[in-house]
Write a protein that binds this ligand. Structure first.
Ligand code: AMP
Length: 380
């Protein structure tokens, strides 16, 4: 086990978004400095960090200078070209490792990896050129979801194909004829009962910790609401946790990752995606656990003892997307609501501007009607 990084050390964070912001705050609480690397000036993370490098993710000189000034590098955003990171890796540890990111960035590599360690996924087939479309859709069957293999997020770069006549329009959107063909993946459409996710941390010594399985609801491809704990039976939760731990072990993970699953039946889940970083579906841990996902990541990458991930409250977490952030004054005025603002000055439709958490006693989540009303009337 390498020596732990002592307080006063600097954590390099690739990416300047809200995940980096909350990570930097958690790092500061434990006495660490954060240095953010981002192409964006005035990013949410840099507003709360000791230092920022504003440069492109493929600027080798800037990456090398950044690496000289930090003690460990981690990611809050993974859609970056990794070739340039050789210069970082030569100077400081990258946690999680570059290999983890490389797999998580590419849906084909990700599904190959998952299936290789016996973690089930939806049926899938790669589409590496137009001539492979028909055979891939034949393999997975209709309805299918066709996704770009790389650089998708928040439901972007994917489309559902329900019938033969929807194939051509779907391709026109995902692979416009004028441009080089982007590698795609076809997945069987999973008629899931629920979507859930598991956060798992592993330190360089191999200690592991998972947070409770959380249930996620999306709207327009973007996470809208997380319900902690997920309303699933013990066997299903145990299966999801077991797969998450298997992924962490197979990666020899150093850091924290999130795995999203579709629940397809009692005790049955299919893995959908790996995020090699803290995840939107883990924000509830800030208030409902003694150690948040962000602090757990800091602990894991610095070689500190992992914290106890036990949940001391049930929780709902609602994202504040686009104009929903205008409800902040009303949310602040409502007892029991815990709002977060990400410091973004420009509101855009679909942009994650903040979130709000509400705690309940353990085993005290409300019913569906109560969940629907949990943030009303502040958030009409
Ligand atoms: P992803 O970008 O893969 O996380 O997909 C975004 C969302 O689209 C998921 O959270 C699901 O709600 C939905 N989705 C993605 N893949 C599938 C699938 N194979 N079957 C059904 N729904 C899917």
């Amino acid at each position: 086990m390498p020596d732990p990084l002592a307080p006063g050390a600097t954590i390099g964070i690739m990416g300047g978004g809200q995940l980096g912001r909350m990570l930097a705050v958690a790092a500061a609480r434990l006495g660490y400095r954060a240095h953010v690397f981002t192409p964006e000036a005035g990013s949410p993370a840099s507003l709360v960090s000791a230092e920022t490098t504003v440069a492109s993710y493929d600027d080798r000189d800037a990456l090398a200078r950044f690496a000289e000034r930090v003690d460990v590098v981690t990611f809050e955003f993974e859609n970056v070209g990794l070739d340039a990171f050789e210069v970082v890796e030569a100077r400081v540890p990258i946690r999680p490792a570059r290999r983890v990111l490389a797999i998580a960035q590419d849906r084909i590599a990700e599904k190959t990896f998952l299936n290789g360690i016996d973690v089930p996924t939806a049926r899938w087939a790669p589409i590496r050129g137009r001539e492979e479309v028909a055979a891939a859709l034949e393999t997975v069957g209709l309805p299918a979801v066709v996704k770009t293999a790389r650089f998708g997020y928040d439901g972007k770069g994917q489309t559902v194909v329900r019938a033969e006549d929807e194939i051509a329009p779907a391709l026109a959107r995902l692979a416009p004829p004028a441009r080089p063909f982007p590698t795609l993946i076809a997945e069987a459409f999973v008629p899931f009962a629920r979507e859930v996710s598991v956060l798992v941390a592993r330190d360089p010594a191999g200690n592991v910790a998972t947070f409770d399985v959380v249930e996620n609801r999306h709207r327009g491809g973007i996470l809208d609401l997380s319900i902690a704990p997920a309303r699933i039976d013990v066997a299903t939760a145990a299966t999801a946790r077991r797969y998450a731990l298997a992924v962490a072990e197979a990666f020899a993970l150093e850091g924290l990752i999130c795995i999203e699953f579709f629940v397809t039946g009692p005790g049955e889940v299919l893995a959908n995606e790996i995020a090699p970083r803290p995840h939107n579906s883990g924000h509830w841990t800030i208030e409902a656990c003694a150690v948040s996902q962000f602090e757990q990541q800091v602990r894991a990458i610095c070689g500190l003892p992992l914290g106890d991930p036990a949940r001391h409250a049930d929780a709902l977490m609602k994202n504040l997307i686009g104009a929903e952030i205008a409800a902040l004054p009303a949310l602040l005025a409502t007892p029991g609501l815990i709002p977060h603002h990400y410091g973004k000055t420009e509101t855009r439709p679909g942009r994650k501007m903040g979130h709000v958490t509400r705690l309940y006693p353990l085993h005290g989540l409300p019913d569906e009607a109560g969940i629907a009303a949990a943030f009303a009337p502040a958030l009409a």
